[in-house]
Design a protein around this ligand. Structure first.
Ligand code: ZN
Ligand code: ZN
Length: 339
């Protein structure tokens, strides 16, 4: 490999600032491709890298796990991908194929999973190397800035919905209308579910209807759980806002065998009444994003149904500002870096 350099944004130590640096373009492993990054979304989980709140991160680390780009070089042992293909990579950067969850095909639960932008360098850079089994193909109709947020925010919500037990006509509620929620509403509506958007205030009401919501609940003036029960209860509820209180209060709004899927990660533990769970056989379930093929399913469905995120774009030099807007919930609705 040459000693060429690239621009990248790194975090040099836990809690340290984002630094725009010149680094050597990463060397390619035999089973990897090198991707020229065209866009990388800024996700709340990038705070794990920024603050060092994920175990055993090695610094300096380049964050970013919503990467869309184009294959620039292909490793010697890669047969299924070729130079020039448009690809994406999300949270799930590697699995071992041999641990117990992998033997059962549950790669997302691999005991040796490597997370993009946390365990390995991510997409806040001009180039990134990606293992072949972590790649998703991007349909031609999706441009890179729109595809990027679908690699985490998109697959998290889309995959949660389709793995739930809700089907067409059932009530699906999406709590929180931010980076995840505004996609969740679009996927639920496109999947034929009676879609309820829940947010604070009226500011996002019109947008929620534009995204395809059938109902809007302003949680500052009415009790979302009661409102949901008026609709028969939610068969699936995507909790996207990282608020333990909001999650606790919504459980009684679940229908018979209704599932609450938690996507946002509150800092505090949550307290749920077991009686509320026993009644209606409700359940509370965690949900991670998805594997590469599930990311590709998300991209394909988004292309089919013309679903795109609402985004704000920033240069690599503006990464700190983009991150701050995201952390303060100011981004409408997803911040995307364009190297
Ligand atoms: Zn993410
Ligand atoms: Zn494994």
């Amino acid at each position: 490999m040459s000693s060429e350099t690239m621009r990248a944004v790194q975090v040099a130590e836990a809690g340290g600032p984002f630094e725009v640096v010149d680094r050597p373009i990463p060397e390619l492993g035999r089973k990897e491709v090198r991707v020229k990054v065209e866009a990388c979304g800024v996700c709340h989980s990038d705070s794990y890298t920024k603050e060092g709140s994920w175990p055993s991160i090695e610094y300096p680390r380049v964050p970013g796990h919503e990467i869309a780009g184009r294959i620039d070089v292909v490793g010697d042992d890669v047969d299924t991908w070729s130079e020039g293909q448009r690809v994406g990579v999300g949270w799930h950067g590697d699995h071992c194929f041999s641990c117990e969850p992998c033997r059962r095909g549950e790669f997302i639960d691999c005991e040796h999973e490597k997370v993009t932008g946390i365990d390995i360098d991510g997409g806040y850079a001009e180039y990134v190397t990606v293992l072949e089994h972590a790649l998703a193909r991007i349909p031609t109709s999706l441009n890179a800035v729109d595809a990027a947020p679908l690699l985490c925010a998109g697959v998290s919500t889309f995959n949660a919905l389709r793995k739930s037990n809700a089907g067409p006509g059932d009530v699906a509620a999406v709590q929180g209308l931010g980076g995840l929620g505004h996609l969740g509403v679009q996927y639920a509506a496109a999947a034929g579910l009676e879609t309820v958007a829940i947010s604070r205030g009226t500011e996002k009401r019109d947008l929620a209807y534009e995204f395809g919501a059938d109902h809007y609940i302003d949680s500052t003036v009415s009790d979302p759980a009661e409102e949901l029960m008026r609709l028969g209860g939610a068969k699936v509820l995507l909790a996207t806002a990282p608020s333990s209180e909001a999650i606790e209060s919504i459980v009684p709004g679940l229908a018979v065998q209704g599932q609450l899927l938690t996507l946002g990660v509150p800092d505090d533990a949550i307290e749920v009444s077991i009686l509320d769970l026993i009644e209606n056989q409700r359940s509370l379930r965690g949900h991670s994003s998805g594997t590469a093929r599930e990311s590709q399913d998300t991209l394909e469905f988004s292309s089919l149904r013309d679903i795109t995120p609402m985004i704000e774009t920033f240069s690599l030099e503006e990464a700190a500002a983009a991150y701050e807007r995201m952390m303060n919930n100011d981004a409408q609705f997803r911040a995307v870096l364009v190297p």
